[in-house]
Design a protein around this ligand. Structure first.
Ligand code: F6R
Length: 242
């Protein structure tokens, strides 16, 4: 695991955005695993800027997002699909048919999760997975649990996740469930990049990097991955010993 501490969110956005752009340039049909939330926004801005400068195309890229809320229409402004449209997809030339999401409204959840895993496999697997981390150490919506999860599934959101994200919901209550890639789905990616910024993430970052590998902090599983890079700002890295 490589850990980079950069001066601020903007520097991380430039470094990670450039890393993703270089990966797309060297493999134009790359399969990207994408995250929502505040952490990846500066990276998406950097990718959009370089696309607008004519430096790369997303025309052959495929994307698989980590997770989606249940019981929230895809068109709702707070769906992760809407988030991605607003923050990346509507600004680049990524063809809609190459964009993949779990369907949080699917009636048969097990079949939907199996479909998603099969679609990832049919695309050749995820080349590069972008992640944030929850204050409780979640990755995707894999909340602290007794076991690591192997593949996509429907999950109940932890109270701390609901507390962190309910501020974004004004017209409807925040959903209590989501569908998410499992920790195993994430670890099957060839390369992983995680971003954590701000003091609210410092405890989770310390456990991820220096605590016992345990499903009580799902992000600790990343220590088992052969090619994971962690990008931190000084506030998120503040509690690290090393
Ligand atoms: C988002 C996701 C979550 C977030 C995490 C951090 O698709 O799966 O694990 O990455 O909750 O969120 P932010 O970046 O908003 O702090």
């Amino acid at each position: 695991m490589r850990v980079y501490i950069l001066e601020n969110e903007a520097a991380i956005g430039k470094a990670v955005g450039d890393l993703i752009c270089e990966a797309v340039i060297s493999k134009p049909d790359i399969v990207l695993g994408l995250a929502t939330g505040m952490s990846p926004i500066p990276s998406y801005e950097r990718m959009i800027a370089r696309y607008r400068a004519g430096e790369l195309s997303f025309a052959r890229v495929s994307t698989f997002n980590l997770d989606e809320y249940c019981d929230l229409p895809r068109e709702h402004k707070n769906s992760f699909y809407s988030f991605m449209r607003q923050n990346l997809f509507s600004h680049v030339d990524l063809p809609p048919e190459r964009i993949h999401f779990l369907d949080g409204g699917a009636a048969d959840e097990a079949a939907e999760c199996a479909r998603y895993e099969a679609a990832i496999e049919a695309a050749g697997g995820i080349d590069l997975q972008l992640l944030g981390i929850g204050r409780n150490g979640h990755i995707g919506f894999n909340e602290p649990a007794a076991h690591f999860t192997i593949s996509s599934y429907k999950t109940a959101l932890a109270p701390s996740t609901i507390a962190a994200n309910s501020r974004f919901f004004s017209d409807v209550p925040m959903p209590r469930h989501a569908m998410t890639m499992g920790v195993g789905s994430i670890l099957r990616s060839r390369r992983i990049v995680l971003i954590a910024t701000g003091s609210a993430k410092a405890d989770a970052v310390k456990t991820m990097l220096e605590g016992e590998v345990s499903p009580r902090c799902p992000a600790t599983a990343l220590r088992e991955h052969p090619d994971a890079a962690i990008y931190l700002d000084p506030a998120a890295a503040a509690l690290l010993d090393k």
